[in-house]
Write a protein that binds this ligand. Structure first.
Ligand code: GRF
Length: 206
């Protein structure tokens, strides 16, 4: 399975994929990484693993690259890599409907909440404030509507009374590190067909 990864930050999820692929534990090839931030640590991780990287910084030379310019470059780059799936792993820029529709492969996103609950930002704080007993993370198909495409997989955890947004974030991130390789394995095996996503979400408890 040829996988392209879009990142904006630390890239710990990217690292999990790199490690799993290198260990032969996951039948994927990471064909390229796109970062929209030139200071993302994910770039170092990709370089260390000799994976092609395109840095399409939205703050290059002090000027914000327009989303249109970013998308034109990103689409061209992705097209040359010929991915089977494009993974948004901590990618923090909203993409346009036309980019999503014209992407050279289906796109999936990792979101730190149990969708459809808590779309958007500050998910951990909002889950605590609402008194949720359960929280977690989801992988869903990217559609033009933010965090709203079909949910493919989820990792669930219990919230306990001592949890803070930070402690929850740490546990959710551990969940992400299991959920992402697991989901790609299900895609590689054909258990999840991205062109015809299953209606029932596959979930695992942490
Ligand atoms: C993840 O927690 C993701 O859910 C959030 O950004 C984080 C990315 O982490 N939106 P990393 O860059 O993979 O370390």
């Amino acid at each position: 399975l040829r996988v392209a990864v879009l990142v904006s930050g630390s890239g710990s999820n990217l690292q999990v994929l790199i490690n799993a692929a290198q260990a032969g534990a996951l039948p994927i090839e990471i064909v390229g990484v796109i970062s929209n931030r030139e200071d993302a640590y994910a770039i170092t991780r990709a370089n260390d693993a000799a994976i092609p990287v395109a840095v399409l910084s939205h703050v290059a030379s002090g000027k914000r690259m327009s989303i249109k310019t970013f998308e034109t470059h990103a689409n061209a780059q992705l097209t040359t890599w010929q991915p089977d799936v494009i993974v948004l792993a901590g990618f923090m820029r909203v993409l346009s409907a036309s980019f999503i529709d014209n992407a050279p492969a289906p796109m999936i996103n990792l979101h730190p909440a149990l969708l459809p609950a808590y779309k958007g930002l500050d998910t951990h704080q909002r889950a605590i404030q609402a008194g949720e007993r359960h929280h977690g993370c989801s992988i869903h198909i990217v559609t033009a509507e933010l965090d709203a495409g079909a949910v493919l997989t989820q990792a669930l955890l219990e919230v306990n009374y001592k949890d803070t947004a930070d402690s929850l974030q740490a546990r959710v991130q551990k969940g992400e590190h299991q959920l992402l390789p697991w989901t790609l394995l299900l895609i590689a095996k054909g258990i999840i067909d991205l062109d015809n996503p299953p209606e029932d979400t596959k979930s695992s408890y942490l």
